[in-house]
Write a protein of this length. Structure first.
Length: 725
């Protein structure tokens, strides 16, 4: 019987309507093609050593072995008798486990001693022995001579010797039941056409798609399985990168960028000359890469990634000045009002040597939700006339229909999801030169270190610059974990904070809650009262949280900044970007309630001046510490390198959870693994860029075009636009 890839999965022999509906319900499998893309997670082979440690207790698994003997136990239960048939199974490694069957004595006849089988089920540990209860059982063969002949280490006498694929499975559709379905599908299919050019297969040493699919499911040996996987990983990553690049090209079609190239002896130059320090090597690389974008007629869309304290602000300011040097305007947008105010102040200071808000100087304005009506009206008017050079505000600046005379450069801080399509919204605001749609140059900044592999996947359509070097002279922050069994250390810490305060330094104390709440954890309101009256009656203790009025927040921040208050109790509102160089101590209460990256961000608030800074994590004071939490906190204590922490986080939680698939547009990768396949991501990206650069709408690459649409149809919001647009 001939099948095609587009046939419904029910066309595959063995797929009943019940099975078809389970395939759809659990795995979204509708077509034969979908079934073939239900890839095995791994392969077991009959000779494989399956170590106890390799089996996750409580997880479904498939174990292979030879039944060595049976025992039957009968347990009276009321008027009935429960029969437990226990098969002892020995694996080629010599490890033993038990397969137990409840009220199925007939299994003993079905699976006599000497039977080699795969047992699928939930693995449990029972007094150091592994046990699988009521497993689904697939007979693989029999050892000649029965168990009495002993179990040979070499199981080559088996009838079906091969690698057994282990599929993502559920209770009513275990892996071994999926195996024959895939086998039948592959048998029924003519050779599967390839979508990559032959030349690529040679160049990149890839199997054909037909070979790869067949051999990934049912490989003759491990090496072939690996080669097959490589091809499928490339396909997955290349299709994704191609889709991202294609979409960017599509959205940029009919638009043109601005020439904001650096001007000799302009404000940009002058800023670099008057800056109080030498740029780091990483900052210099960033200037060069951004200069390249500013020169290009293609609008810039670059992500600037740099750990806290890596000096992104300087890069942002320089980028903005290039717009001003072309007589245009620039906007700096940040997530909160506190930050907008801080950035406005920083810019005013950094640019003071160039003259700010003086005759013939730069005009810099702040615009936030709490700007007064008169101020707001004036600034809006002056943006429209072009009198303002640089405006600093919250992200809302974009949404509120603010009009610019000629917007040249936009820098957006901490809005990861400012994607390609949002940027397109800027085009009306940019005014329109000669009937063409003009896009300003956009730089997106993030202080959340993301493993490079993930950045390239998540932001595949952006260009990425990484500030991977901290300015010189930074001392690593000393981080300590304090659990309740070390309670006396709390008093020691408070004495230390007092000493620091007396020496002109300051401390943050971060708590998870604003007020006493549903969960048991420290809240800022009570903790502030406690610290200010019981612990530090001799110091000024300020309070900041998200539910305060903006002016109250700002005045508390100002008191802390000026040193009038030496301790600041706050929620995570101070997480991003707040910069008080004199702050040397960061205390985090109930630290187990925060994730790795959040802890890292919070810790980044200290260590910004000279001297040693400290971070103290209180954990386990309100409830038990889980192993996961311990692992996170220990990782944070062990290193201050944000990229190392991000890799750890990726390892503990996986990409999907790190970014919350649905909201982030994080693609659902079926075969590729961001940690294993980093090199392939880069390769796929390069190839995709080259294809789209030469053929922006993929008109000359119909098979690639069709493959991208097939994979992402209706899935990624990203690609949906392609079909309508
Ligand atoms: P980020 O925004 O990346 O967290 P900032 O731009 O706030 O970092 O910079 C952190 C601190 O380092 C600031 O106080 C800034 O003045 C300082 N800084 C930035 N670049 C340099 C440099 N090249 N050399 C010395 N100090 C620098
Ligand atoms: Mg910053």
């Amino acid at each position: 019987m001939q099948l095609t890839l587009d046939d419904p999965v029910s066309a595959v022999p063995g797929v009943s309507s019940t099975v078809a509906s389970r395939l759809r319900k659990h795995f979204g499998i509708r077509t034969v093609h979908d079934l073939l893309e239900h890839h095995p997670r791994k392969h077991h082979d009959a000779g494989e050593v399956l170590d106890l440690s390799e089996v996750a207790v409580g997880e479904p698994a498939t174990l292979i072995g030879t039944i060595t003997d049976w025992s039957i136990r009968r347990i009276p239960k009321g008027r009935r008798t429960l029969t437990i048939a226990v098969a002892r199974v020995r694996q080629a490694s010599g490890a033993n486990f038990e397969a137990t069957f409840f009220n199925q004595e007939w299994r003993r006849r079905q699976l006599p001693e000497g039977t080699v089988a795969a047992f699928s089920g939930k693995v449990e540990r029972f007094r150091s022995a592994l046990k699988v209860s009521n497993p689904d059982t697939q007979v693989l063969g029999r050892v000649r001579g029965g168990a009495g002949a002993g179990v040979p280490d070499d199981l080559s006498a088996l009838e079906h010797q091969r690698l057994l694929p282990v599929y993502p499975a559920v209770a009513d559709l275990p892996s071994f039941k999926i195996v024959p379905l895939v086998e039948h599908a592959l048998d029924g299919l003519p050779p599967i056409p390839d979508w990559l050019p032959d030349a690529w297969l040679d160049e990149l040493d890839l199997l054909t798609l037909d070979d790869a699919l067949r051999q990934h499911h049912l490989p003759p040996d491990r090496e072939t399985a690996r080669a097959a996987r490589r091809r499928l990983v490339f396909d997955e990553l290349f299709a994704l990168q191609l889709g991202l690049q294609w979409r960017r090209a599509h959205l940029e079609a009919g638009t043109v960028g601005l020439d904001n190239s650096p001007v000799d002896l302009g404000h940009g130059d002058e800023f670099l000359r008057t800056m109080p320090f030498e740029p780091t090597g990483a900052q210099q690389r960033a200037f060069a890469e951004i200069a390249e974008d500013l020169r290009s007629s293609r609008p810039m869309h670059r992500l600037l990634q740099g750990d806290v304290g890596s000096g992104k602000t300087v890069v942002a300011v320089w980028s903005l000045l290039n717009a001003v040097d072309h007589g245009r305007q620039a906007a700096l947008m940040v997530p909160t009002e506190v930050l907008a105010e801080q950035h406005h102040r920083t810019l005013t200071e950094l640019l003071a040597p160039l003259g700010v808000n003086v005759l013939d100087g730069l005009r810099i304005e702040l615009l936030t939700g709490s700007s007064g009506v008169a101020h707001r009206r004036r600034v809006l008017g002056e943006l429209l006339t072009g009198d303002v050079d640089i405006v600093v505000g919250t992200h809302a600046l974009l949404e509120e229909g603010v009009r610019f005379a000629d917007l040249g450069v936009v820098v957006i801080d901490e809005q990861h999801r400012f994607g390609v399509s949002q940027r397109v919204q800027l085009k009306e605001k940019a005014g329109d030169g000669d009937g063409r749609e003009v896009l300003p140059d956009v730089l997106v900044m993030t202080a959340t270190p993301i493993p490079r592999s993930l950045a390239l996947t998540l932001y595949g359509d952006l260009d990425v610059t990484v500030l991977d070097e901290l300015p010189p002279g930074r001392e690593p922050i000393k981080t300590t974990l304090i659990t309740p069994d070390q309670a006396p250390r709390r008093a020691g810490l408070y004495a230390f904070i007092r000493d620091e305060a007396k020496a002109g330094r300051r401390a943050y104390v971060v708590c998870p809650l604003v007020e006493e709440g549903e969960v048991e954890a420290t809240n800022v309101t009570d903790h502030h009262a406690h610290l200010s009256t019981d612990v530090f009656p001799d110091l000024e203790v300020a309070l900041v949280h998200g539910r305060m009025r903006p002016d109250a927040k700002e005045s508390a921040m100002a008191r802390f900044r000026s040193g009038e208050a030496q301790v600041l109790v706050s929620t995570t509102v101070i997480e991003v970007g707040v910069d008080v160089p004199e702050a040397t101590v960061m205390v985090i209460e109930d630290a187990e309630r925060f994730g790795i990256s959040q802890l890292h961000q919070l810790r980044g608030r200290v260590g910004r001046g000279g001297g040693t800074s400290y971070c103290v994590l209180f954990a386990g004071w309100h409830g038990e510490l889980t192993d996961d939490a311990k692992e996170r906190l220990e990782a944070v204590a062990a290193t201050t390198d944000g990229f190392v922490l991000a890799e750890t986080d990726l390892g503990i939680r996986g990409a999907g959870q790190l970014f919350g698939k649905a909201q982030s547009g994080m693609p659902d990768l079926k075969v590729a693994d961001l940690r294993r396949d980093e090199a392939t991501i880069a390769l796929a990206r390069e190839r995709a860029r080259a294809v789209v650069a030469a053929d922006p709408d993929l008109t000359d690459h119909p098979r690639m075009r069709a493959e991208v649409l097939r994979r992402y149809e209706g899935g990624l919001e990203a690609f949906a636009a392609l079909q309508t647009g």
